[in-house]
Design a protein around this ligand. Sequence first.
Ligand code: CA
Length: 233
Amino acid sequence: MLSAKIVIVEDENDIREVLTYNLEREGFRVWGAADGVLGLKLIQDKVPDLILLDLMLPGLDGLQICQKLKGDKLTAAIPIIMVTAKGEEHDIVTGLDLGADDYVTKPFSPKELIARVRAGLRRGKPIDRENDRRLENDGITIDLDRHEVSVDGERVTSFTATELKLLYFMALHSGRVFTRDHLLNKVVGHDSFVVDRNIDVHIQSIRKKLGKRREMIETIRGVGYRFRDSGER
Ligand code: CA
């Protein structure tokens, strides 16, 4: 099997070279571009398995590229990891809402980056996970049809329908960062039973019920939440 293809769009040469070096050492096939317009062309040409995308770029910026990729059938499903600078929280949130999967903040360790890339590639696999009605993830079992959650084999019966929906959605897309808006509008939706429209309250309640496994839901400061990917630890 051929190794995964990765395109890096990053205008800082040092960072692009470090990324390329580390990814090639892991056996990935890597292509890089230093400019947004060329980067978009490269992605459309290679149709890679994953994209590392800087936000501040000459030509087209990262958010514009993200929008174009998600609007094109050919590239819509390719996982995007944004490579961001400190203080770009607002752009990170916009990027995630546009459909990017995840982000890393400069400076990052190669080890962390490789773990994120591997998690991204797993998510990009064309397995029909949407039909997975029962998930098992690090001691947490979620059965959507039976409306059941177990933590280390112990059934927890107190989950509300909304909490179950949120937990299931995040576990299904483990490793991916979701903004509060995304969770509220795309997952909770306009369920008339939902009293509290504050996502933090729901997450807090879910964590409490997960007990020892509460750390499986990670808070991403200024951005949102994610369910840890089991490959990360
Ligand atoms: Ca840049």
